[in-house]
Design a binder for this molecule. Structure first.
Ligand SMILES: CC(C)(COP(=O)(O)OP(=O)(O)OC[C@H]1O[C@@H](n2cnc3c(N)ncnc32)[C@H](O)[C@@H]1OP(=O)(O)O)[C@@H](O)C(=O)NCCC(=O)NCCS
Length: 243
């Protein structure tokens, strides 16, 4: 097993894209903030964009994060994923020294699930943050079972625990086992807007009337307005802080 950055191994871009792409619903790729900022994230923060290779050199997992200037106070957290990306890029451009690494995404090739590879990715990123003198490590988590409960607010979901005290959610548990604690819901983590036809193509669903819809893999409801021809989705995530 070896950890490399994507900048070191551009030859693996396509393989990594397959591993990442297969694991997310199509609508996630239509958030306007990454469209505007992701090229600069790749340019400025390639040190925090890593891949795990198996013994044959194939990409089996990956993850990335962004450095930003957070005070350490819950009330000063970015509003979520989009805002963390904006703050990191704009902070870097303004020359503001970062204090914190925010994990932004991690993915494991589906053939290699449940082997703790996500922990390898998160530990690799944390080690880099520590080497660079960053004090805090946080993440606006996208809990992997939350899509099963789109009517439940994140604040309530985050409190659902098993008999052992850990979360009912497998992805929150992975972070808790690494020593992370829950800080607060990230209320406007990702905002995705499109026409009704775009939403129908992203979700392979029909939205014949105005209203709120349960959509596969969406953590919250998608609001469709036929009169203005808009679909909008505000995804709530969960801020956690690593020890
Ligand atoms: C979330 C993800 C990164 C976890 O990777 P992983 O290396 O399998 O994580 P772990 O081995 O630590 O497993 C974590 C927990 O999830 C469970 N799990 C992992 N894959 C699973 C699967 N396919 N089906 C059911 N449970 C699964 C594990 O059993 C474990 O639960 P436990 O507490 O009962 O042991 C991986 O499933 C993934 O890439 N998912 C899609 C992308 C995503 O949602 N990323 C997170 C948001 S950024």
């Amino acid at each position: 097993m070896e950890i490399v950055t994507r900048a070191d191994r551009p030859d693996l871009d396509e393989q990594a894209a397959v591993v990442f792409r297969e694991r997310w619903p199509e609508f996630i790729f239509h958030d306007d903030v990454p469209k505007k900022y992701l090229a600069r994230v790749e340019q400025f923060f390639s040190r925090y964009d890593i891949m795990v290779l198996d013994d044959e050199g194939a990409v089996v997992a990956g993850g990335w994060g962004v450095p930003l200037a957070w005070s350490g106070k819950t009330e000063d957290l970015p509003s979520g994923y989009d805002d963390a990306m904006v703050q990191a890029v704009e902070g870097h451009e303004a020359g503001t020294p970062p204090t914190t690494l925010s994990f932004m995404a991690a993915a494991v090739s589906s053939k290699h699930d449940k082997r703790g590879l996500a922990t390898t990715v998160l530990s690799g990123l944390t080690q880099r943050a520590r080497e660079d003198g960053l004090t805090h490590v946080i993440a606006p988590l996208r809990p992997t079972w939350k899509h099963r409960y789109p009517l439940v607010p994140m604040a309530e979901y985050a409190g659902w625990t098993r008999a052992d005290g850990l979360s009912v959610d497998p992805w929150i548990r992975t972070h808790q086992r690494m020593g992370a604690r829950i800080l607060a819901p990230a209320a406007r983590s990702m905002v995705i807007e499109g026409t009704v036809a775009e939403w129908e193509s992203w979700t392979e669903m029909a939205f014949p009337v105005t209203g709120d819809y349960v959509v596969p893999d969406a953590l919250n409801l998608v609001h469709i307005d036929r009169e203005t021809d808009r679909g909008s989705y505000v995804e709530e995530n969960l801020w956690v802080q690593h020890a």
